[in-house]
Design a protein around this ligand. Structure first.
Ligand code: ZN
Ligand code: ZN
Length: 395
């Protein structure tokens, strides 16, 4: 669909969208406490005719907003984040991110009468902490979605890339206390079990793919030097480039903990202290469709990421639905900008270059949604790539 049509549709929306981003910037809320931010998104979506399920999936600040043309066609989903960081407010720019997704959804809804299909905005809390999208992915929120898009503000334009699969493992060792000098033979040392686990994991590092990251801490390691430690707790993140390989490495890490417990005679409990994240499976056909529209709007210098760094809950979405998670530049051309998770980045989300980036990215995302609805062949190609990438997990 033509860019001009979407730019014309954007103009009457502009003030509402910029006000939403500013309001969320002014009211930064931590993960799962985003009551004002979630309510502000919901109010705007209702104003533009969306039907909204609030407290979606029993998560207090989650929502799912739908605009249905009533005519057949695919369902396009945009994901909104709106959580802030402690101490630095919207240093990750989620005020901008949530607004861009919501804006794209509203813009696309304006043409659905003409082209059919549905658009859904997923309001997903707590990206910075405990990954609200994991609940969405696990509980079937994407079962009726054809394509999911989320674009993150940044200091350059960058294609959707990779993220690491992450398994947050917690090991609790239980021994038996006793006087460490008078009767050490009667004690079972939980800290020894924990230390042996660290040593075995350090040996394991030599025999895993070099892209693997296993990093951990001792949360509890005893109460006093003259008591044989009864309880020790260690937490590890096991990160790998692929979900399947993560299962293999996690098994080996668990074996290290079992060996540590056995050596010390301690009992071992294994749990996950946060949600596990899957690696991000970027749908490249979908990214190419977005690139075509970004290019048409003059955004041509789009970086291709080299490799994964962190982990994101968008990974879990990407294993249940064709997904992209790209980045867009909120700074003026030639301005190096600031890294995310800084106060300077938060402040930049309100400046004119960021508002211009908001407009262009809202339009490009809406255009891409419309392209997918209008072009069954494009959707079939996106779907085929997704089926191929996830085949190994299908029964
Ligand atoms: Zn962040
Ligand atoms: Zn972020």
């Amino acid at each position: 669909m033509e860019a001009k049509k979407f730019f014309d549709l954007y103009e009457p929306l502009k003030d509402d969208l910029e006000a939403l981003s500013k309001y969320i910037y002014d009211n930064p809320e931590l993960g799962n406490e985003e009551f004002k931010s979630s309510a502000a998104h919901v109010a705007l979506l209702k104003k533009y005719g969306f039907t909204v399920e609030e407290q979606y999936l029993d998560v207090a600040t989650a929502f799912r907003a739908t605009y249905d043309s009533g005519k057949p066609g695919p369902t396009i989903c945009y994901l909104a984040e709106f959580d802030a960081l402690p101490g630095i407010g919207h240093g990750c720019g989620h005020n901008h991110l949530g607004t861009v997704s919501t804006g794209a959804g509203i813009l696309l809804s304006k043409v659905l009468e003409e082209i059919g299909g549905r658009v859904v905005i997923g309001g997903t809390p707590a990206e910075e902490t405990c990954g609200g999208k994991v609940v969405f992915a696990d509980k079937g929120a994407f079962d009726d979605i054809d394509v999911t898009m989320i674009s993150h503000p940044y200091n350059k334009d960058e294609e959707s890339g990779y993220s690491l699969a992450l398994n947050p493992l917690e090991f609790t060792f239980t021994g038996k206390p006793s006087h460490a000098a008078a009767a050490p033979e009667q004690g079972i040392n939980a800290l020894d079990a924990c230390l042996a686990t660290f040593h075995s994991i350090n040996a394991l590092r030599e025999h895993v793919l070099s892209s693997t990251r296993i990093h951990g801490i001792i949360k509890e390691g005893g109460l006093a030097a003259n008591i044989v430690p009864e309880r020790a707790v260690a937490q590890f993140y096991v990160r790998t480039t692929k979900k399947l390989y993560n299962q293999e490495v996690s098994e080996k890490v668990i074996n290290c903990a079992k060996a540590g417990a056995l050596a010390a005679g301690a009992k071992l409990e294994i749990s996950q202290f946060e949600y596990p994240y899957d690696d991000l499976l970027t749908n490249h056909r979908l990214q190419a469709a977005l690139n075509k529209n970004l290019n048409a709007l003059g955004i041509v210098d789009i970086n291709v990421p080299k490799g994964p760094a962190g982990s994101t809950d968008v990974g879990n979405v990407s294993y249940v639905c064709p997904t992209l998670h790209n980045h867009y530049n909120i700074f003026a051309e030639g301005d190096p900008g600031y890294p995310t998770h800084t106060r300077e980045f938060a402040d930049a989300t309100l400046l004119p270059p960021a508002l211009e980036a908001m407009k262009k990215n809202v339009v490009a995302l809406a255009m891409t949604g419309a392209d997918i609805i209008c072009d069954p062949e494009l959707l079939a190609e996106i779907r085929a790539e997704f089926d191929k990438e996830t085949a190994v997990f299908k029964k």
